[in-house]
Ligand binder design. Structure first.
Ligand SMILES: [Zn+2]
Length: 228
């Protein structure tokens, strides 16, 4: 972390981004109000970690490391703005149950403990932070995947717009509904989204993802999306 200076820069960015936020999506005011009724707890999930490094870029940048850095910045920013947040992990090491031997067992064990953190949170909203990778270097831009329910769709579409506006690097596919393949989204039981912040396979975006500035920008853009 870059210390106080970075916190201030993030807060400034968030203020600028939320000031530029557009009005609520037409026809969804009622849903928005319902979600905002009780104080939420933002559950920030840094994807992968421990035995599972996630995707790795050609230059060796690990997805788990980028996810954690962006998640921590988002956590500090949200806390700075006076909102409740918890992290499903705050380091690269993950303690597994002694029964979990294979990577597959470890991943399953890890997912279950992340879900316990989520279910222990009061009025939770899940934001899982990931990076994308593709066979071709061409695709770029952030993409939001949402759990298959209305509240998650509203959050997902709002977040996609916020990211596209803030980063100027929208993914042309837009926000997408999860088809049931993402364990955390499908077992969340609350508004839940997964953000693929950028492509480790796109050279320009990979270079950005190395930098503190772009990671701050991502955290601020996600925070602004939540405030919308
Ligand atoms: Zn991932």
């Amino acid at each position: 972390m870059g210390g106080l200076n970075a916190v201030w820069r993030m807060a400034l960015l968030a203020a600028v981004l939320s000031a530029s936020a557009s009005a609520a999506v037409p026809g969804t005011e009622r849903e928005t109000r319902r979600i905002q009724d009780a104080p939420r707890t933002l559950v920030i999930d840094a994807g992968h970690g421990g035995a599972d490094g996630g995707a790795v870029s050609e230059s060796g940048l690990r997805e788990s490391e980028v996810n954690l850095d962006v998640a921590l910045r988002l956590y500090y920013l949200v806390a700075f703005l006076g909102e409740r947040a918890v992290l499903t992990r705050d380091g690269e090491d993950i303690r597994y149950s002694p029964d979990a031997v294979t990577i597959r067992d470890k991943k399953r064990d890890d997912m279950k403990s992340r879900l316990r953190v989520l279910h222990a949170a009061e009025n939770p909203v899940l934001v899982s932070v990931h990076q994308n990778k593709y066979d071709s270097p061409r695709p770029s831009g952030a993409q939001v995947i949402y759990a298959p329910d209305d509240a998650s769709r509203l959050l997902g579409e709002t977040m996609q717009n916020a990211l596209t506006d803030a980063l100027g690097r929208g993914n042309r596919q837009g926000a997408a509904r999860d088809d049931g393949g993402i364990y955390l989204l499908n077992n969340a039981g609350c508004p839940a989204i997964l953000i693929e912040c950028g492509f480790l396979s796109n050279p320009e975006e990979e270079a950005l993802l190395h930098t503190e500035g772009y990671r701050i920008k991502l955290a601020a853009a996600i925070s602004a999306g939540l405030r919308r």
